[in-house]
Design a binder for this molecule. Structure first.
Ligand SMILES: CC(=O)SCCNC(=O)CCNC(=O)[C@H](O)C(C)(C)COP(=O)(O)OP(=O)(O)OC[C@H]1O[C@@H](n2cnc3c(N)ncnc32)[C@H](O)[C@@H]1OP(=O)(O)O
Ligand SMILES: CC(C)C(=O)C(=O)O
Length: 561
C-alpha cells in the first residue's frame, strides 16, 4: 500500500495518538505455513455451543437467576443446540445453584450435553465437580490465560509455571472424573490469539495425552480470540496452523471462541471454520464481555442464506429475540443482522421498487413451478433471505417517508387497501405523498396513505353530480341521465356512449364542460381516470358501485380546480 497521500485524497492527519498502539505483527508471531482456508467452502454447520449462560451472563450488570437461566436454557434446547455452556459453578451461588437445578433432572434432554467452566485451581475444580454431581453427561472446561502479557501481568507465572498449573489442574480433573463415562474435557488457552503458537501446541497436545483422548471420547481444544487484535485472516492463519499441527487430530474437537472487539467476530468465526475449526462458541445476538461474543444467530443464518442447513431452527426469530432480551435485560439493535426490527424494511424509493418487483416475480415463479411461495427459490433484490422464513411478515418490508417513491407508495396501497394504482397514475400520487411527508418530516403509515389518497381523489369539487342514472337501451350503447352543477349553472343533461364513462363525458359536454379521457382503468375495488379539461390534465379515482363515474368526476374536478 502506498504511504504517500494521493492527490485525490484530501484527508488530513487526525491528531489522535495512534502511535501508542502496535501492529499485531509486533505482538504475536503468526507462523507461515500452508494456507488452505482462502479457497475452502463451508458446506455444513459446525457444532454451535452457546455460552450465554456463562460468558454472556458474566458480562451482565445483573446476572441471571435460576428462573431466567432456565428460560434461556429451555429456549436453547428448543432451538436445537446440543452442547450448552451452563455456568461457572465456582463463581457464584447463582451459577452453582443453576447447575444443581439442571442436575435435579427433567431439564436436560438426552441428546444435550451441559458444559461447566472452571479456572485452574483445585478448590474451584472441586466446587465445579460438586455442581455436576448427578448429571449423566457434562463437559468440564478448564481455562487459563497463556499469552506473554497475561502470564507476566495477570498470573505472574512463567511459561513453565503455566504449563505446570495446567497439568496439575488437568490431573485433578481426571481424578475427580474417575471413570465416569459421561464426562469429557475441554481446554481453553485464554488469549490464544496473542499466545506463541508452539506454546499452544505444547499445552494442547499435553492435555490430549494426559486426558487420554480418543475418537470415541475426544477432547475439545477451544482457541479464543479473547480480545480481537487483528484482521480475521490472521485468526484464520492461527487456527489453520493449530489444526494442521495438533497431535492425535482425530481425538480433538477443534473449537473457536471469537469476541467482537474489532467488530469482526463473525468474520473471524467464519474464516476459522474455513481453516479447520469444527465447533464455535458464541452468544445469541452477540451478548458477552465488552463488545460481546460472536453472534451465533448471525453465523447460523449466514449459512442458511448460502443454502446450508444451520442445524438450529430460527424460524420464529422474534420469539427467540424476545426471550433473550428478557433474560439478558438488553435490547437487540433494530439494525441487528436478521433479527433487528428494521432489517427487512426499505424506506428508500429505488429499494422499494426493486423489492416490490422482486416479490411480484417471486409469486409468479412459485405459480409457474406449482409450489407454494414459501418453497420457491428466493431471489428478491435487497432481501438476503425471505423474511417469512424467520417468522417475519411482509407487512413491514416497505415503509414510506420522504425518501420513498412511486413503487413503495403503490405497494402499500395495494397490499393494505386493495387499491392497485395504474402505473401511469403512480407518479401523481407519489408527488402528493412526498409533499406530505416532506412537510411532516415523518413516515406515512398505510392508514395515513389511504387518508391522503381519499383526500386527494375521493372528494367533491366544483362540478357536482346530483341525481343520475345509467342504462343500456341497446347492446353496447349506454345512456347517462343526470342533474349536474357546474359553477353557477345547474341543469339536467343526458349523454350516450360506448360505456358509462363515455356517456357521462357526453353529458358533461352538454353541460359546457368538455372533457377528454386520456386513460381509464377499472378493477373490482376502484376506477382510475386521467382527463384533460381546458388544457389541464389530472388523475381521478372512484370507489364503490359508481367507481367509473366518480373517477371521471374526480379527474375533472382536480383539473378545473
Ligand atoms: C475470558 C473469560 O471469560 S475468563 C472468565 C471470567 N469470569 C469470571 O471471572 C467470573 C467468575 N470469577 C470469579 O468468581 C472469581 O474471579 C474467581 C472465583 C475465579 C477467583 O476469585 P478471587 O480468588 O477472588 O480472585 P480474583 O477475582 O481477584 O481473580 C484474580 C486471581 O485469579 C487468578 N486467575 C485468573 N485466571 C485464572 C485461571 N484461569 N486459573 C487460575 N487462576 C486464575 C489470577 O492470577 C488472580 O490470582 P491472584 O489473586 O493470586 O493474583
Ligand atoms: C476462556 C475463554 C473460553 C473465554 O471465555 C475467552 O477467552 O473469552
Amino acid at each position: 500500500m502506498t504511504t504517500t497521500t494521493p492527490v485525490w485524497n484530501p484527508q488530513r492527519p487526525s491528531g489522535m495518538p495512534y502511535h501508542r498502539y502496535r501492529p499485531f505483527q509486533e505482538r504475536v508471531h503468526v507462523p507461515a505455513g500452508h494456507r488452505g482456508w482462502p479457497s475452502a467452502r463451508i458446506e455444513r454447520a459446525p457444532l454451535w455451543v452457546p455460552v450465554d449462560l456463562r460468558d454472556g451472563n458474566q458480562a451482565l450488570a445483573e446476572p441471571m437467576d435460576t428462573p431466567r437461566k432456565r428460560r434461556f436454557f429451555d429456549l436453547l434446547t428448543a432451538v436445537g443446540f446440543k452442547e450448552i455452556e451452563v455456568g461457572y459453578p465456582s463463581a457464584s451461588r447463582a451459577d452453582f445453584d443453576f447447575v444443581r437445578h439442571l442436575a435435579g433432572g427433567g431439564a436436560v434432554p438426552d441428546d444435550v450435553t451441559p458444559v461447566v467452566f472452571t479456572p485452574a485451581r483445585a478448590d474451584l475444580i472441586d466446587r465445579t465437580f460438586d455442581a455436576i454431581e448427578g448429571l449423566p453427561r457434562a463437559v468440564v472446561h478448564l481455562y487459563i490465560a497463556t499469552s506473554p502479557v497475561w502470564r507476566e501481568v495477570v498470573l505472574g507465572r512463567s511459561r513453565a509455571e503455566v504449563r505446570r498449573t495446567v497439568r496439575e489442574a488437568a490431573e485433578h480433573m481426571a481424578r475427580r472424573a474417575g471413570d465416569a463415562p459421561g464426562i469429557r474435557f475441554q481446554f481453553s488457552p485464554e488469549t490464544f490469539n496473542l499466545t506463541e503458537p508452539d506454546f499452544v501446541l505444547e499445552l494442547c497436545d499435553g492435555l490430549t495425552r494426559l486426558w487420554d483422548a480418543s475418537p470415541d471420547r475426544p477432547v475439545t481444544h477451544n482457541l479464543p480470540a479473547t480480545v480481537e487484535i487483528a484482521t480475521p485472516n490472521v485468526y484464520a492463519d492461527q487456527i489453520e496452523y493449530v489444526h494442521r499441527n495438533l497431535s492425535r487430530r482425530d481425538s480433538v474437537i477443534l473449537s473457536v471462541h471469537p469476541h467482537n472487539d474489532r467488530g469482526t467476530g463473525v468474520a473471524c468465526a467464519e474464516l476459522a471454520v474455513l481453516a479447520g475449526a469444527q465447533r464455535v462458541e458464541g452468544c445469541l445476538f452477540g451478548n458477552g464481555e465488552r463488545t460481546g461474543n460472536v453472534d451465533l444467530v448471525t453465523l447460523a443464518l449466514n449459512l442458511y442464506a448460502q443454502g446450508v442447513d444451520p442445524m438450529v431452527d430460527l424460524g420464529d426469530l422474534d420469539a427467540v429475540r424476545e426471550t433473550v432480551e428478557h433474560c439478558n435485560r438488553l435490547p437487540v439493535h433494530p439494525r441487528h443482522p436478521y433479527a433487528g426490527d428494521l432489517v427487512y424494511t426499505a424506506f428508500s424509493g429505488t429499494h422499494q421498487d426493486a423489492i416490490g418487483k422482486g416479490l411480484a416475480r417471486h409469486a409468479r415463479r412459485a405459480a409457474e413451478l406449482g409450489v407454494p411461495e414459501s418453497a420457491a427459490p428466493w431471489a428478491v433484490p435487497y432481501l438476503p433471505i425471505d423474511p417469512a422464513d424467520v417468522g417475519r411478515s411482509y407487512e413491514a418490508v416497505i415503509r414510506v417517508n420522504s425518501q420513498s417513491g412511486k413503487g413503495g407508495v403503490a405497494y402499500l396501497l395495494r397490499t393494505h387497501h386493495g387499491i392497485d394504482l395504474p402505473p401511469r397514475m403512480r407518479p401523481d400520487f407519489a408527488r402528493v405523498v412526498q409533499a406530505a411527508t416532506d412537510d411532516s418530516g415523518r413516515e406515512a403509515t398505510p392508514k395515513e396513505l389511504y387518508e391522503l389518497f381519499r383526500a386527494t381523489y375521493l372528494t367533491e369539487g366544483a362540478v357536482r353530480l346530483h341525481a343520475w342514472s345509467a342504462h343500456e337501451p341497446s347492446p353496447g350503447v349506454h345512456r347517462f341521465v343526470c342533474t349536474l352543477e357546474a359553477g353557477d349553472r345547474v341543469g339536467d343533461y343526458e349523454g350516450t356512449g360506448a360505456g358509462v364513462p363515455t356517456a357521462f363525458v357526453d353529458a358533461l359536454a352538454g353541460a359546457g364542460v368538455p372533457v377528454e379521457v386520456l386513460d381509464f382503468t377499472e378493477d373490482g375495488t376502484a376506477a382510475f381516470a386521467e382527463c384533460r379539461v381546458g388544457g389541464v390534465t389530472a388523475w381521478g379515482a372512484g370507489t364503490g358501485p359508481s367507481a367509473a363515474v366518480h373517477a371521471v368526476l374526480s379527474a375533472v374536478n382536480r383539473a378545473v380546480r
